[in-house]
Design a protein around this ligand. Sequence first.
Ligand SMILES: NC(=O)c1ccc[n+]([C@@H]2O[C@H](COP(=O)([O-])OP(=O)(O)OC[C@H]3O[C@@H](n4cnc5c(N)ncnc54)[C@H](OP(=O)(O)O)[C@@H]3O)[C@@H](O)[C@H]2O)c1
Length: 327
Amino acid sequence: MQAIVLEDGGVFLREVEQPSCDTGMAVVRVHAAALNHRDVFICDGKYPGIATPCILGADCSGTVVECEDRSWIGKSVVVNPGTQWGNHEDYHSSEYEILGMPVDGTFAEFLHIPISSLIEKPQHLSFEEAAALPLAGLTAWHALFSKAKLQTGERVLITGAGGGVSSIALSLALSAGCEVFTTSSKPEQRQYWVQRGVRDAYDYRDETWIQHLRDLGGVQVVLDSSGGNQLNDILGLLQRGGRLAVYGMTNGNPKPFDVFKLFWKQITVYGTKMGSDKDFKDMIEFVSRHEIRPQVDSVMAMADFEQAFQRMRDSRQTGKIVLQVHK
Ligand SMILES: NC(=O)c1ccc[n+]([C@@H]2O[C@H](COP(=O)([O-])OP(=O)(O)OC[C@H]3O[C@@H](n4cnc5c(N)ncnc54)[C@H](OP(=O)(O)O)[C@@H]3O)[C@@H](O)[C@H]2O)c1
């Protein structure tokens, strides 16, 4: 089969052996796979514990073609990108692994995966939309609802609307009946989300946005992966007793971090990463119930993966970049 393989010398489209099915496992014929920023960080050597060779990719949708539990065969599925979360809902075990390094991932024609990682594809989604959901949806769900305990009617700021996780987080928060604010460098993305019910969308490169949102009374919850010095301004936007959920630091660490605002306003900070098996099930169930559609930026052929990776590196995407694997 064909697969996108990380090797010591780079990333290549290779002919590799097709997996066969072991006990407790299934083989999924991959229809579509989606990129996450993690894949780019791994390719660029900016991720801890890089091990080669490895098939990249954490997200996919497809059809089960082999499985010892025959009731799965022929079913359309999405796959939980994480395995061995462990017993604590709040944080994962030391055995936790994410598909696409160190374990072989989804950028391949076939995926060998534990049966416990399978969940039926929401019926309202195409394979391309469904592939865009798992990692970003899981991360957004765990951060907003399991960690920050976001409630209906609360005010939430989700930064960087063009990002994969942010775009699905926006849909989840809107469907949960929250008052939602966002930021984006992209005018079309700001317009898109305001049309979908976001109260205000700001250009984070124009520093006056902070004052604007402060004048509106600030927010109770912030979801952020941009980091950098702007995080100190964002602390200033949180109301007393506010909650900040942080899942990345695209712009590095804030220097210095404003500890005063933390204790003066009694802010709780949640460091958050991926989510449990229960989170994954709950997220898929919520997406099905509310017929949420992940925002798909583009669908490209697997052979065009370099273009897809570059698009993400250049931050040109609005939502998720999807690779078409099988039609
Ligand atoms: N902890 C976890 O479990 C977890 C899971 C997934 C991702 N992550 C991390 O989270 C980050 C985002 O991942 P992703 O896959 O969603 O990446 P992505 O699709 O590449 O999104 C990154 C987005 O960051 C936004 N951004 C850049 N500078 C910003 C700023 N100053 N203020 C606000 N937003 C800014 C941009 O938004 P605009 O395009 O709107 O300008 C960009 O689209 C990465 O660092 C990734 O490693 C962590």
